[in-house]
Design a protein around this ligand. Structure first.
Ligand code: ADP
Ligand code: ASP
Ligand code: MG
Length: 428
């Protein structure tokens, strides 16, 4: 990953205050009254002695609306113009929060990505942050006690100077990267739940809030579908060792409650075997039947998909009875399903297969826990429990701290609840 540059000598001066980045998601800034509530949280932290940079998302639903407008304007729109449109939601909320803070007597100024600047690579729509110059923000902390209100989700492509957005959920990454750049003591991610749960609390009412989660576990949970944090934000937090605290913005600002700390593994006293269950509906399955069982076939299938930037995840190869041909099943992101099938049809003469079939009504359910490293048979227990519920497993993958099963989407909730209970995660 690229660096998030540190802002010169942030701690110069005798009595520098500790710094804090506070990020508020879409539901937390959904209207002016909620923005006022956000301002109260900010004011509390200033009074507690922090210099504060706030990162805001667009009002909830706004980014979806902007994305839909781009599609309506033209299904195959220019990615640079998409970014010009979708970045606007955060411009509005950053300005509004600065106004509300000023109204409460707090010195505040809004910042768009290009004004800081937050520099990115060229991947419009899912750009990566390359550097952040936090020096002006830090200078204003000491010279004016000014709160920086930063528009999340956006930066500026360093070569062209054009606005670039960081992918859906990207304000989390803006916040953690900014925390790294200004040497913040912590990054607080305020959202509509009071922390990271053992699984999505909207699906499993018995889900429990976790006190602490290791960076690596959170990275797997986010990658495997727990959208509470953008995957990239966890990567940045892990690499730059930014303690990241997920907490609720709906708490009474005068009486903040506990959340979940994402931290180094060493800081977690007692690791569970399984910490959480995640699921992702963004999967599709493709099966190639009667593929020749000879060297070079896997390359003939997967190289064209890789060349088209299609991420293949689970792969299963079955040897047929005749030993001459085999069936190969694999998964791709559902957004890439049609494209993947078209590529395979096009390459059919080089690959050589009898037919290609597929399914999009599938879901990947995963269990994650650093304790799996030292416990055998964790996944095997799941296979048994799922079979007892009549759930058929289409594909399996395992790695050091997680395993995943691909099942019919209709069984998502049953499977998640079954595994949640199996590993003792249900709240009492
Ligand atoms: P924000 O708009 O604040 O960025 P998000 O909608 O992106 O909020 O993320 C919060 C949501 O993530 C929660 O409302 C919850 O439904 C969902 N979620 C999924 N998995 C988990 C989990 N393991 N713990 C907590 N929340 C989760
Ligand atoms: N507003 C953007 C989105 O909805 C970024 C974010 O909220 O993190 O994806
Ligand atoms: Mg989010």
């Amino acid at each position: 990953m690229s660096d998030v540059a540190n802002s010169g000598s942030p701690l110069s001066g005798a009595a520098a205050r500790p710094r804090l980045v506070m990020k508020f998601g879409g539901t937390s800034v959904a209207n002016i009254e909620r923005i006022r509530n956000v301002a109260r949280h900010v004011k509390r932290e200033i009074e507690a002695g922090f210099d504060v940079a706030v990162v805001v998302s667009a009002m909830s639903g706004k980014t979806n609306e902007l994305v839909a407008w781009c599609k309506e304007a033209s299904p195959l729109h220019d990615a640079r113009e998409y970014d010009a449109v979708v970045a606007s939601g955060e411009q509005v909320t950053s300005g509004l929060l600065a106004i509300v803070l000023q109204d409460m007597g707090v010195q505040a100024r809004s910042w768009q990505g290009w004004q800081i600047p937050i520099l990115t690579d060229q991947a419009h729509g899912s750009a990566r942050i390359e550097s952040i110059d936090g020096s002006e923000i830090v200078k204003r902390f000491s010279e004016r006690s000014e709160v920086a209100v930063v528009a999340g989700f956006q930066g500026m492509h360093k070569a062209t100077g054009r606005i670039a957005t960081l992918g859906r959920g990207g304000s989390d990454t803006s916040a953690v990267a900014l925390a790294a750049a200004i040497g913040a003591a912590r990054c607080d991610i305020y959202t509509d739940v009071d922390g990271v749960y053992t699984t999505d609390p909207r699906i499993v009412p018995k889900a429990r809030r976790l006190e602490k989660v290791a960076f690596e576990e959170m990275l797997e949970m986010a990658s495997l579908g727990a959208k509470v944090l953008q995957v990239r934000s966890v990567e940045v937090a892990m690499v730059h060792k930014v303690p990241t605290y997920v907490r609720s913005s709906f708490d009474d600002p005068a009486h903040p409650q506990s959340g979940t700390l994402i931290c180094a593994e060493e800081d977690i006293m007692e690791a569970q075997v399984v910490t959480g269950i995640a699921f992702s509906r963004d999967e599709a399955q493709i099966t190639l039947r009667r593929v020749a069982d000879k060297p070079g076939v896997a390359a003939a299938i997967f190289v064209p998909l890789a060349d088209a930037n299609i991420n293949v995840d689970m792969i299963i190869q079955v040897v047929s009875d005749d030993q001459a041909s085999t069936d190969i099943t694999f998964t791709v992101p559902s957004a890439d399903y049609d494209r993947a099938r078209a590529i395979l049809e096009k390459a059919s003469s080089t690959i050589g297969f009898a037919s290609v079939t597929g399914a999009t009504d599938v879901v990947k359910v995963s269990a994650i826990g650093i304790g799996m490293r030292s416990h055998a048979g964790v996944a095997a227990r799941a296979f048994k429990a799922l079979s007892e519920k009549g759930i058929n497993i289409r594909a399996i993958t395992t790695s050091e701290i997680k395993f995943s099963v691909l099942i019919d989407a209709a069984y998502t909730e049953l499977a998640v609840r079954t595994l949640h209970s199996l590993y003792g995660l249900d709240k009492a």
